[in-house]
Design a binder for this molecule. Structure first.
Ligand SMILES: NC(=O)c1ccc[n+]([C@@H]2O[C@H](COP(=O)([O-])OP(=O)(O)OC[C@H]3O[C@@H](n4cnc5c(N)ncnc54)[C@H](O)[C@@H]3O)[C@@H](O)[C@H]2O)c1
Length: 348
């Protein structure tokens, strides 16, 4: 990173994913100064500030947003808090990197994007796979040398060993009384949270490679506590694709991508996120009649994500993926839910 100055960053929420991924990433990031943390749990806010070297800690988010010496806020809080806390942070003049999914529904997501526009602050969604160096290498080919896209397909299958992997990877665990949790959700379609929480990664990656999606169809299978949603995708540029979202599979994490275009193809095997390894990618470039595979030593997508966020703000250019990208994801997720409920084709 070439900037002389570092972005003064604060964390609003220091729970599971903050400790597993974002705090280590922010401390390692070359252009980030982790200044302050806020958590409703006093013990967690104080302990995490000490562990990660944040100079200030808060338990009240309004005081944090008014008084912390930060330019930007990373918001890894439960989904129902994304919209209110993001809008509060933007209105306090902070740039925001918020966890996925952007919001609970499209109207909330629209309000977040509107607040970013109104306040002139940047809003980025933390779909960190766009910062995986293997996927970035492949996407650069999809957006250039590969030519017109024909099909863009992907699969995301969570593993029965998810919890075991989480325990294996946790660097320094701190949980305490006083954490703020959302109210239990109102009764809803049994696949709603799977579509929102897991589906957003799959859909965001497919949009990264294929652009905007216009319509979807789905077929669903639910048995022995697991569910699979398979579907078709119609992209706005006329390409088509398929997706599979399964939670959970009786094997290891299984996520990948296949893209075919006029002058080449892409295969990607995407690993379990907390391994923080670059995806295994193979590009076939028909112009040279050769397969290529990138080396990806700088591979932590969470670190690259926060560095990219800081770099955009320090450099005065737009963040990516933006709030608008998150809003499009939200519209596709809502269309998938509609297709699941009606059994028909749903327009985005
Ligand atoms: N990108 C990924 O790989 C990934 C993985 C897991 C979870 N997530 C997302 O991360 C988000 C957070 O999930 P989690 O499991 O880490 O949540 P969590 O409940 O473990 O942690 C959230 C923390 O935020 C604090 N908090 C909530 N509201 C607050 C407020 N108003 N003021 C101060 N503190 C507040 C809570 O006290 C808690 O400590 C979710 O949106 C989830 O979907 C992303």
């Amino acid at each position: 990173m070439s900037e002389d100055r570092k972005l003064k960053l604060g964390f609003l929420g220091v729970g599971s994913i903050a400790q597993l991924a974002h705090l280590p990433a922010a401390v390692k990031a070359a252009n980030v100064d982790l200044v302050a943390v806020c958590d409703a749990s006093e013990e967690m806010a104080r302990d995490i500030a000490g562990i990660y070297g944040a100079r200030e800690w808060f338990t009240d988010h309004e005081q944090f947003l008014s008084n912390a010496d930060v330019e930007a806020v990373l918001i890894p809080v439960p989904d129902p808090f994304h919209a209110p806390l993001t809008i509060a942070a933007l209105e306090a003049g902070k740039h925001v990197l918020v966890e996925k999914p952007l919001a609970l529904d499209v109207p909330e997501a629209e309000r977040m994007v509107e607040a970013a526009g109104r306040t002139g602050r940047q809003l980025q969604i933390a779909t960190m796979k766009r910062w995986d160096p293997g996927l970035q290498y492949a996407q650069a080919f999809a957006a250039g040398g590969m030519g017109e896209r024909l099909t863009v397909s992907g699969w995301y299958c969570d593993t029965r060993y998810h919890g075991t992997y989480v325990n294996t990877h946790w660097p320094i665990r701190r949980f305490a009384e006083g954490r703020r949790r959302p109210e239990p959700p109102a009764p809803c379609h049994p696949l709603r949270w799977m579509i929102l929480g897991h589906g957003v990664h799959l859909i965001d990656t497919l949009c990264f490679f294929g652009g905007r999606i216009a319509a979807v169809t789905t077929a669903v299978s639910s048995k022995y506590g697991s569910s699979g949603i398979c579907g078709t995708l119609e992209y706005e540029d006329g390409a088509t694709g398929t997706f599979q979202l399964t939670c959970t599979v009786t094997m290891d994490w299984c996520e990948g991508l296949m893209v075919h275009g006029e002058r080449g193809s892409i295969e990607a095997k995407i690993g379990f996120p907390y391994w923080k390894a670059g995806s295994e990618v193979r590009v076939f470039d028909a112009a040279r009649e050769e397969y290529r595979t990138p080396a990806t030593p700088d591979s932590d997508p969470y670190e690259r994500q926060v560095e990219g966020f800081a770099s955009a703000i320090l450099g005065g250019h737009d963040v990516s993926p933006s709030g608008e990208d998150g809003l499009h994801d939200q519209r596709v997720l809502e269309a998938i839910q509609t297709a699941v409920e009606t059994g028909g084709r749903a327009r985005v």
